[in-house]
Design a protein around this ligand. Structure first.
Ligand SMILES: C[S@@+](CC[C@H](N)C(=O)[O-])C[C@H]1O[C@@H](n2cnc3c(N)ncnc32)[C@H](O)[C@@H]1O
Length: 200
C-alpha cells in the first residue's frame, strides 16, 4: 500500500461517523433558501461525511475519491436513505471529468492537488458549475504546517480571493489554530473555509 493511501486509511477510520462540514452546511442552507435540491459532486469524498448529508436531503451525489476502501464504506453507510442517488468514482479528482453540477464540494481535499495542476483543476471546477451553482470547501494558507509538503497546494489570502473573482463569496473564514489531526499529530492549521456562488 502506498504511504498516502495508508495515511488516508488511518484518517478515514479516525473520522468515521463525524458530522458534515460547516462549509457544506452553509452551502446547503443557501440552496434551501432557494428551494433548490440538485446534483452535487463531492471531490475527495472519503467515507462520506458530507455525501451522506447531501443524500439525506435528497441531493444526487457523485462522490470521487482515490481510496476505493473509503468509497466502499460510503456505499455501505446505513444512514443513506433508500432510493438515494449515489454514484461513486474511484480515481483522482485531478484527472477526473464530471458532469455539470449545482454544487462542487471539496472538504479538505483541493490542497491535495499538486501545485502544477491546480490552475487547470480550478478552471475545470469553475466551468462545471451550473449558473448560480456553488463551491464549498477549504484551501490551505502558507502558514499551515503542511505548506512545504511536496505535492500540496497552498494559497496566500489574496490568491485565494483571486480564485473567487466574479463569484459571490458567501463565506470566507480564515482559521489558524494549533490542534491535533484526526491521525493524532500536532499541527498548525492555516485554512480558508470557502463557500462561493457562481454568476447566474
Ligand atoms: C483530508 S481527507 C477529507 C475527506 C472528507 N472530504 C472530509 O472532509 O473528511 C482527503 C480525501 O481526499 C482523498 N484524496 C486525496 N487525494 C486525492 C485525489 N488526487 N483524488 C481523489 N481523492 C483524493 C483522500 O482519499 C481522502 O478521502
Amino acid at each position: 500500500m502506498a504511504a498516502d493511501e495508508e495515511r488516508f486509511r488511518v484518517y478515514h477510520a479516525a473520522v468515521a461517523g463525524r458530522p458534515p462540514r460547516a462549509t457544506l452546511l452553509r452551502a446547503l442552507a443557501a440552496f434551501e433558501a432557494e428551494n433548490c435540491v440538485g446534483f452535487a459532486v463531492d471531490l475527495g469524498a472519503g467515507e462520506g461525511r458530507d455525501a451522506v448529508a447531501l443524500l439525506q436531503r435528497g441531493w444526487a451525489v457523485l462522490a470521487i475519491d482515490s481510496d476505493a476502501a473509503a468509497l466502499a464504506r460510503l456505499r455501505g453507510r446505513a444512514e443513506i436513505p433508500p432510493g438515494a442517488r449515489l454514484v461513486t468514482l474511484h480515481g483522482s479528482f485531478v484527472d477526473a471529468a464530471w458532469p455539470a453540477a449545482d454544487l462542487v464540494n471539496a472538504s479538505f481535499a483541493l490542497p491535495l492537488c499538486p501545485p502544477e495542476r491546480f490552475a487547470e483543476l480550478w478552471a475545470r471546477l469553475r466551468a462545471s458549475l451550473l449558473p448560480g451553482g456553488r463551491f464549498a470547501g477549504q484551501l490551505y494558507g502558507p502558514r499551515d504546517s503542511w505548506a512545504a509538503r511536496p505535492g500540496l497546494t497552498v494559497h496566500k489570502s489574496d490568491a485565494a480571493h483571486a480564485l473567487l473573482a466574479g463569484w459571490t463569496v458567501e463565506m470566507f473564514e480564515e482559521e489558524e489554530t494549533d490542534a491535533v489531526t484526526p491521525r493524532g499529530e500536532a499541527k498548525h492549521w492555516h485554512i480558508f473555509h470557502v463557500v462561493a456562488r457562481a454568476a447566474v
